[in-house]
Design a protein around this ligand. Structure first.
Ligand SMILES: C[S@@+](CC[C@H](N)C(=O)[O-])C[C@H]1O[C@@H](n2cnc3c(N)ncnc32)[C@H](O)[C@@H]1O
Length: 254
């Protein structure tokens, strides 16, 4: 379902929040670091550079992503694991649980976060970033086409990404005894290329939708979506401006 090459297409825009999240993680010399939803693993390597004495494990449920990431594995230092985060449990408590742009695919954030906190070592840190743009025009347009009679029944069970309000993350994690640093950032990306917003969405949000539809219906779905996105995100001579809000949370046990 995941396509590493399409995801890499807007690499600079997608990398930036990773570094902005990492900059706020205060962990001196963790022994175990995990990267949940590690994707192609190139950013997992950045975690290994940041904490040279740590063993770093990237976890992802996509075979294609883990196959790509595994080429970057380093014996004793960096390994990759194929697993669904919904049930993933580390062998021992972890000092840093890091996740960039993945947890929004998982349901029930109150239960998920409580479980992740229970996996932390005594001085551990949970840091994650998720999109918080689920009411943006791009997503409203996808929902509009999902609701079309041609696709609605097939797509009804296909999961959507989700984020809780910013205040929820602060209150929930503080309630579990952690010190919380939570914030939103809105980027104005100026995307390059034809139908740039559609191309962006093809790397992420649309993957589960198109996987459920199959080739022919996918084409029909995209033919309906394309003009709607062109209208909402007009291209300019500079590129296509694309507002994107992301939610960041760093919660520390100390
Ligand atoms: C948008 S990519 C982010 C990849 C990487 N963290 C980065 O910043 O480049 C989201 C990743 O989360 C993974 N993912 C989604 N749901 C998952 C789940 N339930 N369990 C494990 N991985 C999951 C996908 O396979 C995908 O590689």
């Amino acid at each position: 379902m995941w396509n590493p090459a399409q995801y890499e297409r807007f690499r600079d825009e997608r990398k930036r929040p990773f570094f902005e999240l990492l900059a706020r993680v205060d962990a001196a010399a963790p022994a175990q670091v995990v990267d949940l939803g590690c994707g192609t693993g190139d950013l997992t390597l950045v975690l290994a550079e940041r904490w040279p004495s740590a063993r770093v494990t990237g976890v992802d449920s996509s075979e294609a992503m883990v196959a790509e990431a595994s080429r970057r594995a380093a014996p004793e230092r960096v390994r990759f694991e194929l697993a669904d985060l919904a049930g993933w449990t580390p062998a021992a408590p972890v000092e840093v649980i890091f996740s960039n742009a993945a947890l929004h695919w998982l349901p029930d954030h109150p239960a998920l976060l409580s479980r992740l906190v229970s996996l932390l070592a005594p001085s551990g840190v949970l840091a994650f970033q998720i999109p918080a743009n689920f009411d943006a025009p791009s997503h409203r347009r996808i929902d509009e086409v999902r609701g079309h009679p041609r696709f609605a029944a097939t797509l009804a069970p296909v999961r959507r990404g989700q984020a809780q309000p910013l205040d929820f993350y602060e209150a929930h994690l503080a309630g579990l005894g952690l010190t919380v640093d939570a914030w939103d950032t809105t980027y104005l990306h100026v995307l390059q290329g034809e139908d740039a917003v559609l191309q962006w969405l093809l790397g992420t949000t649309l993957r589960p939708v198109l996987a459920a539809l199959g080739a022919e219906e996918s084409q029909a779905f995209l033919d309906m979506l394309r003009p709607l996105l062109r209208a909402d995100y007009p291209a300019t001579a500079r590129g296509t401006p694309f507002r994107f809000t992301r939610r960041f949370v760093v919660a520390s046990r100390r």
